[in-house]
Design a protein around this ligand. Sequence first.
Ligand code: ZN
Length: 442
Amino acid sequence: MQSIDTLLCGDTILTMNDTMDVLQNGAVAVHGGDILAVGSYPELIAHYAPKTVVDGKGKVLLPGFVNAHCHAAMAYFRGLADDMHLKEWLEQHIWPAENRLLNPEFVADSAELACLEMLKGGITTVNDMYFFGGATARSAKNMGMRAVVGAGIVDFPTVAGNSVDDYLAKAEEFIRQWSDDPLVSGCIAPHSAYACGSDTLRRVKEMADRLGCLIHLHVSETAWEVSEIQTRFGKRPVEYLESIGMLAPNVVAVHCVWLDDAEIEIFARRGVGVAHCIESNLKLASGVAPVAKMLKAGVKVAFGTDGAASNNDLNMLGEISTAAKVHKALAADPTVLDAKTALRMATRVGAEVLGLCDRVGSLEPGKRADIISFDMRKPHLSPLYDPYSHIVYAALPSDIDLVMVDGNVLVQGGRAVACDETSVLARAEEWKAKISPTGGRI
Ligand SMILES: [Zn+2]
């Protein structure tokens, strides 16, 4: 008998492995943060002597969700301004608030709130983009969450930097600083092709290739962006990025709402990963990305929540459910984005897009133990015929019972057990007084 830390049990285990194996009366053996085995409960309990056995009655286990695009530290701007055009929202509300308030302390506190919300909703990995990435990285680490944190780059001065040289130097230092961390790594995040010129993007590409990191950027979010890039460069955004040599498998392209067929073909050929942020795109009326076409062309499409100021939550279940329905309606075809495909995009494909599929994204021996479980003993989840269907179309974040990241239990019985939730919420209230001195909009 081999002694191990934990045996997590489940009535059903959705492995999300290559063959999408589903196990009944299953278990996952975890030791030192590694998944040692995934199999039937009787088989594993005969082989391992766990210090802790987590009961699996009524539970469905699966790999944690991967949020392929977020601005975690914007959580404090949730509900500050809604129901307006992207340009007005940014220029009259978000950017002035950022200029007035942003500093590493704000970013750290707001990112902790975001991590707490994500973890309680089953997101175990986040790909972030914002300023003061060091503060976000420390918050993710404190909260025990896996994160790729993008160092933001723009062509103009902000509170976080005064020139492209300054942003790039800070980005390189940040990425090197986190290069050996088991949970958190850095990447480079030029905001977009309209906020960063060709020269900046070429320097970003050179640095990403040299440091072996991801490039995380917004692409074709709005129709305005497409016409702006066409006016400046005579090409559509993806054609333009291709022409300056940016596109490769280490690129995470966010939104991709306004892609034509030729651009989809370029993404497929270059192996570019896409972060689909449907709820943010719907709320800002940006449009709906051609996901069915991208999937058909072989483009890897993951889900992103975007920041809480434009969504307005960091709820992966919401993204999955909305996407699975909207794309059916748009295609007038209910077979589009079936539940199994949607759940694959939220787990395994997300890990592939972030270059983390050797470590997370499925429940398999040799991967790190990023595992979530749903308690299916609820009125809206009974009776249970097909766990893929219930998780995609009926489950809520409050149905998540356990969240483990890197072998550490962070949520148990639906409650955060590795951080002081009361203090995270109290700090949000303290910041509210500075963000909105009048106390609210109403
Ligand atoms: Zn974004």
